[in-house]
Design a protein around this ligand. Sequence first.
Ligand SMILES: Cc1cc2nc3c(=O)[nH]c(=O)nc-3n(C[C@H](O)[C@H](O)[C@H](O)COP(=O)(O)OP(=O)(O)OC[C@H]3O[C@@H](n4cnc5c(N)ncnc54)[C@H](O)[C@@H]3O)c2cc1C
Length: 441
Amino acid sequence: MKISIIGGGITGLSAAYYLSKEGFDVTVYESSYFFGGQASTIKIDGYEVERGYHHIFRNDYEIIDLINELGLSKSLEWHKSSVGMYADQSLYRFSTPIDLLKYKPISLINRIRLGFLSLYLQKKKDWKVYESISANDWILKYAGKEIYNRVWGPLLRAKFGIYHKEIAMPWFWSKMKTRFASRNKKGDEILGYLRYSFEELINSLIYNIERNGSKVKLNHKVTSIGHHDGVVENIEYVHDGIKEKIDTDLVICTAPSYEIKKLINFEKKYTEKLSAAKYLGASVFILSLKKQFSPYYWMNIIDNEIPFLGLIEHTNLVSKDRYGGNHILYITNYLSHTDEIFQKNKDELLDIYINSLIKINPKFNKKWIKKYYYNSVSAAQPVIPKNYSSLIPEIESPIVNLLIGNTTQIYPEDRGTNYSVKIAGEIVSLIMKKKGETDEP
Ligand SMILES: Cc1cc2nc3c(=O)[nH]c(=O)nc-3n(C[C@H](O)[C@H](O)[C@H](O)COP(=O)(O)OP(=O)(O)OC[C@H]3O[C@@H](n4cnc5c(N)ncnc54)[C@H](O)[C@@H]3O)c2cc1C
């Protein structure tokens, strides 16, 4: 069986690896000039660094299994994380329950309430009861205005911008659950990171796909998926400005839903499902600094005057010695595709950001910046609406032998590389089942 995979991100490459291992003839078509998609890396001073900060949680079982299977278990290192909150022009530690009790921007009674609610959500098993309520309404109802205005509301707004009232409660529940599951007995959050970045995983997947006799192709943008009588027949792609069509028995499309809709027309119901979750883009700045910016790996910004939602200082998770002594700081924003930030060039953005960085750390100086890089990702974060169970696009599309796998199918968990590997596994199981049904006895 000849299988074409659209997209060389974690979903596409994992599916290709598992299928090539089973002996299928697979080709991955990736439109851009690099593999890895959202989990891809760039070189800074000779060291690979993710375009957008990445870590692994302790309960990311599927990706951990894949890492082990590929023989990379020694590379997966676990580090103690640290969280800070910038609010009321001050920086607060927010890593442990004790830090929460000391968090002055809210009253003591609400600090205790916040602690209990966090614990309650972490212990709660039946997330389905939250399907019909938004996170926004649940927080207002059960946590009250102060916690909403001073802690969780700004975090929701920062993550989902104009859509913050739409995000469903199961998303919030799963966020609390995941972060709890990644804590050790002492209550410290422990996060995983590959010794040589996610590039190690991506390169290993590619190496094994090719070793198993399958192919991966960069700069191949798929422009349409052809079918005959509702059964997949071919794909068309553009490479070096030349359009080509090839026959294929099965297509796995891992592109974002809005891209998939451009490749083929589906019946109304499935098209509606592909449109149910909107996407936010991410604007990510990477600074390579001479000095440490803050003591925290992850800093949430609760301040409307600051034009970004968070700072992630990668070298507060992984030692700066791994990066030639440089400090790696990400400035991150999740924004709607029409946000004016996406119109600005990186120098304009840096000028805007520098003033805010000085507000957070008055000692910060532009001269600390050795190098800076800017990336934007358009399908960075699906916004999962209420009652999503019945709206998730199925892996098996209405076109026979066209399977769909992307981040809009991850529910109730937040999107992440682990769940991309999980979806790839589900797709492969489906194909194996189909094969089993059609094989001659
Ligand atoms: C800023 C940021 C931080 C993140 N942090 C974490 C983290 O800490 N931990 C974690 O686990 N996850 C994290 N994630 C999420 C994680 O990176 C994604 O969920 C995961 O990588 C998605 O993989 P994917 O293969 O489904 O999609 P993508 O990575 O989006 O891959 C899809 C690929 O399809 C290609 N494509 C699209 N259209 C076509 C076409 N027509 N023809 C050919 N190719 C096409 C794209 O170029 C792309 O390479 C983060 C994401 C972002 C943006």
